[in-house]
Design a protein around this ligand. Structure first.
Ligand code: GLC
Length: 549
């Protein structure tokens, strides 16, 4: 049972200077959030209708995964027109209305930008294909002749992150590079037209009023000179941390320096956050130097087990890496590419972030709630993924015939489990898709989700939704939770973390036994019931508690 002993007012305002340094940013996956037109697929109208829910939840900003015109070979991460909305999501008028309504509510809007690759239906790529080898338009992508006697072998040995070769042969015999699906040809960022085009796209959306960009595959834009073979090097898992000739090349930083100048021209602190998988957190920090992007996702944190030693190490490492460049640390537990944290923590540690088994659901949820309270007590900015506030598990038993993730079809089981975290979220106890929309749901929702719906959880003090609402309300009322760049660790028994930030203490018991600790002050909130007896407090297994001291 959640404990909420205070009900602080919302005191933070999203227009304050430095708003992004401690912002809580909520990821909307548009196809699975809310369906406004009853076609079974979420859309911008659905998001717009639910903005009051997000305001009430207490987040500062909303990041929307791509809604651009796209053949949807990779759920919109294959963009055919960066300045148009896919009709399945609505129109530019809907986007404009969404941005205006969000701003009127004091919510910021961050859009996804996909600069590493376009769709193979993008006008540039279609023309490049049509005009044939030698066409200057081919230089905007990576076209190459093949190897072998008749050019029948790919130009190098790179494999696609979704499985299979990273090269596809065209009818005229040349090959083109795609680090992801064949429908996602990589741009050649050494070509000035590509850089110009993206500067113009940035301005288009900034002029529309967006507050920032999430930069997809930010570490991939520049490839090593000559596209060298990997040789014996292991090929990739989905976005691993290894050094690769197509990832984290130093040349990417000039691009971000030029983007920062554009962002800074606009009023109101427009930001960019990098999706950059790098070998070390120090390399990640390079993306957020003062003249580059504002934030980078902390995937090391996302990949950490529910274990006090490991958590403390990654928290220290992250803060230490960001401090010299002056960027806020960021924290994230779930997104649209990984198994939800309620399911990761339901399974034994060490299985990675793509998990196929439901595990012990009750344990997973208990730990997920505790992990969220720990995350929201850390200095910096935190990212939430839609549905985690409902404690949703991954759907691990989706039948193969309903799956849509391209990696499922290409990787023969290596990855391909991303559909499980993309199932449309339940809003109501009844109804054909639990309130997602009137026309069903593009992925089937489990029956058990009625009890996890927003309607079922609202007003139930023990629910995960009310825990998130309370946590975000406390965070807004007590700016010390997200502020600064350091935590003070207090002595704690094995398996327990106790951190202090000003007049605030967070205790996380990651063990499976209750621990007796000092009652640090006034109990603000806990992920399960903490018993206070005089100066002592019993913190149950897998529980985080917040104290005002
Ligand atoms: C990023 C996205 C992922 C997508 C890939 C290719 O990793 O988060 O969903 O498949 O880029 O654009």
């Amino acid at each position: 049972m959640t404990q909420h002993l205070t009900a602080p007012a919302h005191t933070r305002d999203s227009t304050r200077p430095g708003w992004w340094r401690d912002a809580v940013i909520y990821q909307v996956y548009p196809r699975s959030f809310a369906d406004g037109n009853g076609d079974g697929m979420g859309d911008l109208k659905g998001v717009r209708d639910r903005l009051p829910y997000l305001k009430d939840l207490g987040v500062d900003a909303v990041w929307l995964s791509p809604f651009y015109a796209s053949p949807q070979a990779d759920a919109g991460y294959d963009v055919a027109d960066y300045r148009a909305i896919d009709p399945m999501f609505g129109s530019l008028l809907d986007a404009d209305a969404l941005i205006r309504d969000a701003h009127a509510l004091g919510l910021r809007i961050i859009v996804d930008l996909v600069p590493n690759h376009s769709s193979d239906r993008h006008e540039w790529f279609k023309r490049a294909l049509r005009e044939g080898p030698g066409s200057p338009l081919r230089a905007r992508y990576h076209f190459r002749p093949g190897k072998g006697k008749n050019g029948e072998l790919p130009p190098n040995d790179w494999e696609s992150i979704f499985g299979g070769p990273a090269w596809t042969r065209t009818e005229d015999g040349e090959w083109y590079l795609h680090l992801f699906a064949p429908e996602q040809p990589d741009f050649n960022w050494e070509h000035p037209a590509v850089a110009d085009e993206f500067r113009s796209i940035l301005r288009f959306w900034l002029d529309m009023g967006v507050d920032g960009f999430r930069v997809d595959v930010a570490h991939g834009l520049i490839k090593a000179d000559g596209l060298p073979d990997l040789g014996g090097h292991d090929q990739l898992k989905l976005l691993g941390n290894d050094v690769m000739p197509f990832f984290d090349q130093d040349g990417v930083h000039a691009i971000y320096r030029s983007w920062r100048k554009i962002l800074d021209e606009y009023p109101g602190e427009r930001i960019a956050v990098a999706e950059a998988w790098t070998p070390t957190v120090e390399r990640t920090a390079n993306y957020v130097r003062p003249d580059e992007l504002h934030q980078a996702f902390n995937f090391q944190y996302l990949g950490t087990a529910w274990d006090a030693v490991e958590l403390r190490a990654v928290i220290d490492l992250s803060l230490d890496a960001m401090r010299p460049v002056g960027a806020p640390a960021t924290w994230v537990l779930s997104n649209h590419d990984v198994t939800r944290h309620a399911t990761r923590f339901a399974n034994p540690a060490g299985l990675g972030t793509q998990i196929r088994t439901a595990g012990d659901r009750e344990l997973g949820l208990r730990r997920a709630r505790a992990a969220t309270l720990l995350m929201l007590a850390l200095p910096g900015s935190a990212y939430l993924y839609q549905g985690e506030e409902l404690g949703l598990p991954d759907v691990t038993d989706l039948p193969d015939e309903v799956r849509q993730d391209p990696s499922f079809f290409r990787a023969a089981g290596q990855d391909g489990f991303r559909d499980g975290c993309r199932v449309p979220i339940p809003w109501t106890v009844d109804g054909p898709s639990y309130g997602f929309g009137s026309g069903g749901s593009w992925l089937p929702q489990p029956d058990s989700w009625a009890a996890l719906s927003v309607e079922a959880q609202t007003g139930d003090p023990g629910s995960t939704l009310e825990l998130y609402r309370s946590a975000l309300a406390v965070r807004r009322a007590r700016p010390e939770l997200g502020a600064g760049d350091a935590v003070e660790w207090l002595d704690a028994p094995d398996g327990v973390l106790v951190l202090r930030r000003g007049g605030f203490v967070c205790v996380a018991n990651t063990t499976s036994e209750p621990v007796t600790l000092p009652a640090y002050g006034q109990l603000l909130l806990a992920s399960s019931t903490v018993r206070v007896d005089g100066d002592a407090a019993e913190v149950p297994a897998d529980t985080t508690a917040w104290w005002a001291v």
